[in-house]
Design a protein around this ligand. Sequence first.
Ligand code: FAD
Length: 398
Amino acid sequence: MHRLSEEETSLLELVRGFARTEVAPAADHYERSHTFPRPLFDQLGSMDLTGLPFASAVGGSEVSYRTYLLVLEELSRGSLALGMGLSVHTLATWGIDTFATPEQRERFVPDMVAGHALGAYALSEPGSGSDAAAMITRARRDGEHYRLDGLKAWVTHGGVADRYLVMARTGDTGAKGISAFIVDADQPGMTVAPPESKMGLWSSPTAQLIFEDAPVPVDRLVGGEEGTGFRLAMASLDGGRLGIAACAVGLAQAALDVAVGYAGEREQFGRPIVEFQGVSFLLADMATRTEASRALLLSAADRRDHAAGVGPYAGVAGAGTGYPVTEVAAMSKLFATDATMQTTLDAVQVLGGAGYTTDYPAERYLREAKVLQILEGTNQIQRLVIGRQLADRSRGRR
Ligand SMILES: Cc1cc2nc3c(=O)[nH]c(=O)nc-3n(C[C@H](O)[C@H](O)[C@H](O)COP(=O)(O)OP(=O)(O)OC[C@H]3O[C@@H](n4cnc5c(N)ncnc54)[C@H](O)[C@@H]3O)c2cc1C
């Protein structure tokens, strides 16, 4: 594990200050008005935070994935909708940047990296969530276009995104028949359904995309080749799951901050409640889980950076070997989001009756934590991914 460089340290201080003074105070307003915090996302763009792990050739900052994840943590500590918004935006941008042709990269990536075009990732469908390869949305070749027909479900940023990365079926059943398309918000034949009414995360709209004979130009087929969409979707999720783990750590830290602050001030039986062992043990477990989640996340991030040979590993002997991160990314997402679920639940308990009211953010954190166990693969699916890797190893395949 590497130490943070001076630039990384000052970047994180900048983000922490921004999250504390501008993001956190506005989070409740955006939540209650069910409005995506686009002005805050635009500010991320002007602070050069929307293209952190991307190459300078497309306008990125070329920082390590580790640093990018620490930035996500700080932002999510202020607002999960904003932190997760950047994570999902990066998921879509990374998929396009990594699998695009050079022409597509030049045309579609720089404005996403600059934060001018907000990205979204459309894999799930009403009938295919965990079993994403069972999707039925069709893309039929028709001269210089593909005609898209079908429904994409649960799209984060649905209705507010400028650019969607859409997976659709160009071939028969199974993963090999899936392709990826770059679809802009003004695409004829595409409409966005009203946002889902959710338990939490209200300022992050989630909506269905409806495609009715939508003519998507052939030059928007990612990589210019049919059948690579599922590989793109899964490879993107390796990074995306680390992003969700970072968001979970930020949310857990926010819950811990509120609980510790309250426990130090609230008095019962003539003493601050933090002095009661029953409360301080809860806080100790919350802090331990959060630190353990962060440690696993950073270790996974280091493996990813080492595999890519970027950041502190650039030029280091043995780096850039492409060590698979699928397993550790799944572990990190699984552990951090389960830990955060418990930590946000405990935060409500520490605040007692106040924790059950909207006067404090603890109840919001609890509602928000739940979704992190579900999206980008439920935690059952993360266990399935880890279990499969172990089974492969037991058969000597890895
Ligand atoms: C707020 C929100 C935002 C989202 N954002 C996006 C987005 O931006 N883009 C996108 O493409 N999708 C998005 N999703 C969709 C999300 O990824 C899916 O909800 C998730 O993958 C689960 O799919 P499902 O809801 O269809 O549940 P199902 O797949 O129907 O699963 C139902 C239950 O069965 C379990 N299960 C299913 N299969 C197995 C198995 N083999 N073994 C054990 N248990 C199993 C699941 O774990 C779950 O508990 C979002 C979802 C939400 C709620």
